[in-house]
Each structure stands twice: as C-alpha cells, then as structure tokens.
Write a protein that binds this ligand. Structure first.
Ligand code: 5GP
Ligand code: ZN
Length: 113
C-alpha cells in the first residue's frame, strides 16, 4: 500500500524504534505512549483491519501473537499485559493497517473503554 503509514514504517521509509522483526511481523514503540511498554505489532502484509481477516491471511494474526509472547518476555512483562486491537471508526482505529497494541508494565485498569 503506497499511502499507508505502517507500510512505510515497515519499509523503513518512516523512522521508528524497532522492538522486534521477523519474516512476517514488525513491532515498534508507539510514539504516543499510554502505558510504560507501549508497543505496536503489525503484520508485514497490508491488512486493513480485523474486518479483513480470513482463512487466507489469519496466519499473520497467529504470527503477531507468537511475537507478542516473545516480546513480552524480552520486555520483562512477567506479571501480565494487555493486547488491544481497535477496528474501524467506532473502534477508534486511526491507522488502517491491522495492528495490536501491547500494553504493560503497570497494573492496568479493569475498564475496557
Ligand atoms: P489506533 O488508534 O489506530 O489503534 O492506533 C494507532 C497508533 O499508532 C496510535 O497509538 C499512535 O500513537 C500510533 N502512531 C501513529 N503514528 C505513528 C508514527 O508515526 N510512529 C509510531 N511509532 N506510532 C504512531
Ligand atoms: Zn499498510
């Protein structure tokens, strides 16, 4: 996708602080931290959002969660963490490239909104 912010970050065209990378997943620090360990994980393949997940691309979701387990360990989030996905306008998604927020490092509140 030519005009996608996260595709540009994956390609290195826009700088980011990389936390993890493999063949299928890229993870970097969020520029707008809402918790001490704010990390964004994105599949390298452009998928707009969870609405577009299907049997052909769900592999990338699994790879993101495998990466989450590795990153959480490396970041010392041994006491737990939260994974968030925002989907579409009502879900508060602002960047239309599927991504997961990994938050941790503090005891997070129980509220989901
Ligand atoms: P969303 O609201 O779509 O779920 O999350 C998008 C996230 O991307 C936000 O938390 C925002 O802070 C982050 N973000 C937006 N632009 C950039 C950027 O240029 N660099 C980085 N590292 N994060 C960004
Ligand atoms: Zn993209």
């Amino acid at each position: 996708m030519d005009d996608c912010l996260f595709c540009k970050i994956i390609a290195g065209e826009i700088p980011s602080t990389k936390v993890y990378e493999d063949e299928d997943v890229f993870a970097f620090r969020d520029i707008n931290p809402q918790a001490p360990a704010p990390i964004l994980l994105v599949p390298k393949k452009h998928i707009c959002c969870t609405r577009a997940i299907n049997s052909e691309n769900s592999f990338y979701v699994a790879k993101c969660f495998e990466a989450i387990a590795k990153i959480a360990k490396a970041e010392g989030l041994d006491n737990g963490y939260r994974v968030i996905n925002n989907c579409g306008e009502d879900g508060g998604q602002t960047v239309m490239h599927l991504h997961f927020h990994l938050l941790g490092g503090v005891k997070l509140g129980e509220k989901m909104v």
